[in-house]
Design a binder for this molecule. Structure first.
Ligand code: NDP
Length: 289
């Protein structure tokens, strides 16, 4: 028999998660603060609970996909007694410290806790390319693997409940800064009448070809040796031309200026002959070196 699943929160993501488990023939109960969002799910076989307590007591596995950390407490604090003895999988985006706080809260109420970070958009759920990172209870991850695997590739990162959120936000840091770099470049070429779409046609293959080189940086970081032969030295290029071109074009230098500041800090500390990967040391030191 398939495990009954409850999904709390039917926003874009909660709806996608609930639709996937309903579609995989798990008895599914759903609840949303604002009623009227369950229609299509009920048509597909899910049951809409009249309140949170009814939702939580309907299944041994309760999935929370709400707005933020505060909304998770707002919804679950009043029904902590009903959650006791069940498993809570919280895929709401939180900070690592908030995830650890929820894990401690759950432990205090006899609730098994697994934290999840969804690395996908709602339409990707259940499709190739969707992945979800988990940390917290290993038993919960193993016991409910069949359900978790419906949404995407499931990865367990250990018993520290905060690690999935840490990893999630670290991956997003990479994505957002690459995207910000694209936006900076688009603003530069726009001053020569080049559209963002045309720029994207060149940027996507270029960035795709380059991104694998983070592995060279990673090897330098892990070895603590930034002087490898493949590395162009920091003093050879401190991004001066790029920043000057941006200034000349009248575009904001916040994005490239931030990278240049990290390079300059390493040059000033006497590491100018090392390669670009050396900026990792400035980030790691919280900007103090
Ligand atoms: P939506 O804005 O679509 O939905 C938010 C949900 O939270 C709604 O069900 C809303 O209920 C509920 N909610 C908000 N505040 C409260 C509250 N105080 N009490 C009870 N319920 C509340 O967001 P998403 O579904 O897109 O995202 C949900 C979570 O999933 C977020 O943490 C998000 O970061 C994460 N996520 C989303 C991704 C995405 O691409 N969408 C990707 C990865 C993670 P109501 O209908 O009543 O307002």
């Amino acid at each position: 028999a398939r495990t009954p699943v409850t999904v709390l929160g039917l926003g874009a993501m909660g709806h996608a998660l609930a639709a996937a488990v309903t579609g995989a023939a798990h008895p599914t109960t759903v609840w949303n603060r604002t009623p009227g969002r369950a229609g299509a799910l009920v048509d597909a076989g899910a049951t809409e609970a009249r309140d949170v307590r009814a939702a939580v007591t309907a299944a041994p596995l309760v999935v929370a996909c709400l707005l933020d950390h505060a909304s998770v407490h707002e919804v679950l604090d009043p029904v902590a007694d009903a959650l006791a003895g069940r498993t809570l999988v919280n895929v709401t985006t939180t900070t690592p410290e908030q995830s650890r706080e929820l894990a401690a809260w759950a432990a205090g109420h006899g609730v098994t806790y697994l934290d999840g970070g969804i690395m996908a958009t709602p339409p990707m759920i259940g499709q190739p390319g969707s992945s979800v990172l988990y940390s917290g209870s290993a038993e919960a991850f193993e016991a409910h693997r069949a359900v978790l695997d419906i949404w995407g590739e499931s990865t367990y990162l250990g018993d520290d409940a905060g690690v999935a959120a840490l990893y999630d936000l670290a991956l997003l840091a990479g994505m957002y800064t690459v995207f910000a770099g694209f936006h900076h470049g688009a603003a530069m070429v726009a001053t020569a009448g080049i559209s963002a779409t045309e720029f994207a046609d060149r940027a996507v293959p270029f960035l795709s070809a380059m991104i694998g080189h983070v592995r060279t940086d990673a090897a330098a970081i892990d070895a603590g040796d930034y002087g490898g032969p493949e590395q162009q030295s920091l003093e050879f290029s401190d991004l001066g031309d790029m920043v000057q071109a941006s200034v000349d074009a009248g575009v904001a230098t916040d994005v490239v200026g931030a990278v240049q500041a990290l390079i300059r800090r390493q040059i000033d500390a006497g590491h100018g002959t090392d390669g670009f990967a050396r900026i990792y040391e400035s980030v790691r030191a919280g900007g103090t070196r």
